[in-house]
Design a protein around this ligand. Structure first.
Ligand code: HEC
Ligand code: CU
Length: 364
């Protein structure tokens, strides 16, 4: 459905191991053609990974803030491209024009050239000013709190190694998947429960550090619906690289439907397996760490709220697609799937694991 960073890095890895395999038989030189072909193939494979979709690309903006940042990036890129062309142009001109010719004598040397010196001091200074003015303007624009009174406040609490999202306006708490309406300013206020983290959804805006003991904020207005990938962008411990999340941008009516459904208590499971799973859940360690609204014994907030887990797309802060098999894997070998996760592996029979998975998926 979506291409994860892991898919992409796997492709790059496959390309590189392919390259190593090609290199092996051509020891002792003479294989340069094969090597060049292999490098070209690897590069092509690498570029193939750039073909989109772009789940985590800052140059495919999908919000007002991301557009501001991308515009700034484009401006700087054009200045840099201009400088590159001019410098390379002069370099190649000089290489060509003053290359060694048989009949020529040594060129005349000269020292100092006032016009050139003023030129190459002034021009870069002016270019830097041209870059600094919009940069500083954008820094101030994105740094101030939003002035939009109609903004939807979403409180983010970063945890090792997952995200809690709450909506004070609706008295609603969820985890790892932040639903928001398209076209409405979102005022994200973030806190950390433990260490430094950083909130980053490249297509929706810049990074913002999440610092213990203080509240940071970021705001943006998404301009298109869809699922946008986010990632913790500040090293926070063993499972940092596996601390992703999703922002699900919906039409306002769909968003309201999601809010309505999410406010209800967890629905009772309908299948026999699901009911058995509910029993297993209510009588095992799970309830010591997780909340499921509607299950009286499960009211702990150490782990993610699981009330409507069946309607989530992913498991474990965005690392596995949510389905029965992956849930069984997650419960059976949590520490293998996500080394360091603060959830212990539970000792259960295969049958109990399947029942638990059914129960979790039926809580839609
Ligand atoms: C010691 C506390 C603890 C216990 C016991 C525990 N969990 Fe967890 N659980 C966590 C934490 C912490 C996470 C978040 C892990 C992460 O993503 O880094 C988690 C994550 C999960 C997730 C993924 C949630 C998401 O939003 O992606 C599921 C599903 C889950 N637990 C189910 C269970 C079940 C079922 C049991 C009982 C068999 C259980 N847990 C027992 C702490 C616990
Ligand atoms: Cu992190």
């Amino acid at each position: 459905m979506y291409r994860t960073p892991t898919d992409i890095s796997n492709r790059a890895l496959a390309a590189l191991t392919g390259l190593a395999a090609r290199r092996a038989p051509v020891s002792g030189g003479g294989g340069s053609c094969v090597e060049i072909a292999a490098v070209v193939a690897a590069l092509a494979a690498g570029l193939g990974a750039c073909g989109g979709p772009y789940p985590q690309s800052a140059v495919h903006p999908a919000s007002d803030m991301a557009v501001k940042l991308d515009d700034l990036f484009d401006q700087i890129l054009w200045w840099a491209a201009g400088v590159f062309v001019v410098v390379q142009g002069i370099l190649f001109y000089t290489l060509f024009r003053f290359r060694e010719k048989q009949a020529r004598r040594r060129p005349r040397e000269f020292h100092g050239h006032t016009l050139l010196e003023i030129g190459w001091t002034l021009v870069p200074a002016l270019i830097l000013v041209a870059i600094a003015v919009p940069t500083i303007r954008v820094i101030f624009e994105v740094d101030r709190p939003t002035t939009d009174e109609n903004a939807l406040v979403v409180e983010v609490e970063a945890r090792r190694w997952w995200w809690e999202f709450s909506y004070p306006e609706y008295d609603l708490v969820t985890a790892n998947e932040m639903h928001i309406p398209v076209g409405r300013t979102i005022d994200v206020r973030m806190r950390s429960a433990d260490v430094l983290h950083s909130f980053w959804v490249p297509r929706l805006g810049g990074k913002r550090d999440v610092v213990p003991g203080r509240e940071n904020h970021i705001w943006f207005k998404a301009d298109s619906t869809g699922v946008f990938l986010g990632q913790c962008a500040e090293f926070c411990g063993v499972a940092h690289a596996l601390m992703g999340f999703r922002v699900i941008v919906q039409d306002p009516s769909e968003f309201q439907e999601w809010v309505g459904a999410s406010l209800l208590d967890a629905p009772r499971p309908t299948s026999a397996d699901g009911r058995a799973g509910a029993g297993v859940f209510a009588t095992s360690a799970c309830v010591g760490c997780h909340t499921v609204r509607g299950v009286a014994t499960a009211q702990q907030g150490f782990g993610p709220d699981l009330t409507h887990f069946g309607s989530r797309l992913t498991i474990g802060a965005g690392i596995l697609e949510n389905n029965v098999d992956n849930l069984v894997t997650w419960l059976d070998s949590t520490q293998h799937v996500k080394p360091g996760a603060l959830m212990p592996e539970v000792e259960m029979s295969e049958e109990q694991l399947r029942q638990l998975a059914r129960f979790l998926l039926e809580m839609r």
